[in-house]
Write a protein that binds this ligand. Structure first.
Ligand code: AMP
Length: 132
């Protein structure tokens, strides 16, 4: 029984790993295979409007480097992560925001649905705390 359980767990882990390694919708956006409402692009990242906005302003900032989530970011990504944060601030201000929330969902239970690291910039309405 224990052997069967560990085999099932192993196969679920492999399935999860292969899903994580598959190209995400953001990978396709980066390649230009799927359109997006882009508002910023540079050598390290792009920013575009979320397709299902949760507030009047809802922007996603994604690195060109395919990092699955913040959990997989490495020490060597320190400058890239700083860059993403600075760009998130710039696009928020560019969108006319004085108050906003920057969110990074990490892992399925946090609400992460696309396994390519991204920052949400959400604003344009009062935001409640704590989030759900
Ligand atoms: P998360 O749930 O933190 O992984 O965020 C993924 C976000 O990507 C969600 O807010 C989705 O609405 C958004 N999203 C998914 N597909 C697209 C797309 N094709 N263009 C723009 N935003 C998208």
């Amino acid at each position: 029984m224990e052997k069967i359980n560990s085999r099932i767990i192993k196969s679920l882990e492999l399935k999860r790993e292969s899903i994580m390694n598959e190209e995400t919708i953001f990978g396709k956006i980066l390649k230009g295979e799927i359109p997006c409402d882009k508002i910023h692009s540079d050598s390290l990242c792009i920013a575009f409007r979320d397709i299902q906005p949760q507030a009047p302003v809802h922007i996603l900032i994604i690195p060109r480097k395919p990092i699955t989530s913040l959990k997989e970011a490495k020490d060597e990504d320190i400058d890239l992560l700083g860059h993403l944060l600075i760009i998130s601030k710039k696009v928020a201000i560019q969108e006319g925001l004085d108050n906003w929330r920057t969110v990074i969902n990490t892992g399925e239970e946090s609400g992460q649905t696309v396994f390519h690291l991204h920052l949400h910039v959400i604003g344009g309405r009062p935001l409640k705390w704590p989030p759900g």
